[in-house]
Design a protein around this ligand. Structure first.
Ligand code: SAJ
Length: 417
């Protein structure tokens, strides 16, 4: 059987490669020419450990081909972006475009699975778009289990950096528009899944994905709020959390410079947009986490002010070093990273030199170019008056405390607690 995967990004490409590794014929479809050409050379256009080798084998053995146009298949998987628009309203235009691209080639018996993170009701919306485009076929919203086309919502839940392992091992929520749709989708994922397929309806599966990331966001917000309170009270928040977590039913997450990435800072807004009256805690958590970078910048301003008084230096002679730019430890992904935003705000405000140390990248992102100097760890430790710890990369955790001579430290990750 043949599987078409629409969207060859962080989720679509590993999923396509997973099916191909089980000797299924996979056609990957993407509008991005660079992505299609790169994949067809057996290479990858994104960064993810072990994915390159998997794609190389899949392409070389002829099981994975990338193209711009969908073709007839037994199963279609949609893994396109669902960003939000102005006002945090979800933008389903990529899902709509994906539905339009597969509608002409749908044949009776086909399964369509939506994987993109979506607001509740998006799968029904997609089914309506498909039904409008293909009045000659029957769909589950009209004919239930007897429909020509099976439709399901099956969200991914893999952790960037561990995608290749988690894709296969994690349990999977399978939300069928009907029980038969769910059974068809489970059969598809069982091709490569070692985890369990847990069947439910499409709306519950949609909400489940949003709930998982909102749960994490709310819990990180709790930790971030504690860090603000502890700063006021002169208490070490990491010590506090370590102690509180010795309680058998307490498990507090870690504070940081804010929440980055493409999921946790986005998905809760889908719930808030649909349920503005009810989602008060989820909304507040978003505001707490999004407010953390500004708080960090204020702490840096306080440290610089103190440095000026104590050292007698002029502000233009003070060097600030920001440690880490990625959105979390030991990855090279700078997109939606609070560390990048904080470094930018510091550099725009500060009249002296701002250094950045990011061992996982070779160049600065465009918004920092010309504003900040990318440098090596030893240089930053030698030259900085004020150090700002933003990401607890392995290389930073390994710095011996006696190597840090600076008196002015803003440590958002408790590395130098
Ligand atoms: N963070 C903290 N404190 C913590 C944990 C994380 O400040 O204690 C920050 C990180 O530094 C980062 C952000 O939160 O900026 C998100 O990082 P993450 O590792 O929590 O999650 P992501 O965005 O890499 O991946 C999440 C995962 N979701 C959950 O753990 C519930 C992943 O399983 C999802 O598949 C992914 O979102 C997604 O694609 O939705």
């Amino acid at each position: 059987n043949k599987i078409v995967v629409v969207g060859l990004g962080y989720i679509g490409l590993p999923t396509a490669a997973a099916f191909a590794s089980r000797k299924k014929q996979v056609i990957g479809v993407d509008v991005n020419r660079h992505a299609v050409e790169t994949i067809n050379r057996g290479e990858i256009h994104i960064v993810e450990p072990d994915l390159g080798a998997m794609v190389k084998v899949a392409v070389e053995n002829g099981y994975l081909t990338a193209t711009h146009k969908a073709e007839a298949a037994d199963a279609f998987l949609i893994a396109v972006p669902t960003p939000f628009k102005e006002g945090h309203e979800p933008d389903l235009s990529y899902v709509q475009a994906a539905a339009a691209s597969i509608a002409p080639v749908l044949q009776p018996g086909a399964l369509v699975v939506l994987e993109s993170t979506c607001p509740v009701g998006a799968t029904e919306q997609m089914a309506a778009w498909l039904a409008d485009a293909r009045p000659d076929l029957t769909f589950p919203q009209h004919t239930g289990d007897d429909a020509d086309i099976h439709i399901a919502y099956c969200p991914e839940r893999v952790l960037p950096g561990q995608v290749v392992v988690e894709l296969v091992k994690n349990d999977r929520v399978i939300g069928g528009m009907t029980p038969s749709c769910a059974a068809h989708a489970s059969a598809l994922y069982k091709i490569f899944l070692e985890g369990e397929c847990v069947e439910t309806d499409a709306r519950t599966a949609e909400m489940c994905k949003l709930t998982e990331n909102s749960f994490r966001d709310v819990n990180i917000a709790f930790a971030n709020e504690l860090s603000l309170i502890c700063a006021e009270q002169g208490i070490n928040v990491w010590e506090l959390i370590r102690l509180a977590n010795r309680h058998p039913r307490v498990n507090i997450l870690q504070p940081g410079p804010g929440v980055g990435g493409h999921c946790i800072a986005v998905d809760p807004w889908f719930i808030v947009a649909q349920n503005p009256q009810q989602a008060r805690l989820i909304h507040t958590a978003r505001l707490v986490n999004d407010g953390k970078p500004l708080w960090v910048v204020d702490r840096v301003k306080m440290a610089v002010a103190d440095c000026l008084v104590q050292s007698g230096k002029r502000a233009s002679d003070v060097t600030i070093a920001c440690f880490g730019l990625a959105f979390k430890p030991d990855i090279d992904d700078l997109r939606e990273s609070p560390a990048v935003g904080i470094t930018e705000m510091i550099a725009q405000w500060h009249s002296g030199t701002t250094l950045a140390v990011e061992p996982n990248v070779a160049a600065l992102p465009p918004r920092l170019t010309g504003l900040v100097t990318l440098t090596e760890l030893p240089t930053a430790l030698r030259e900085a008056d004020v150090v700002v710890m933003l990401v607890d990369h392995r290389a930073f955790r390994a710095i011996e405390p006696e190597k840090i001579k600076q008196q002015w430290i803003v440590d958002t990750k408790g590395v130098w607690r």
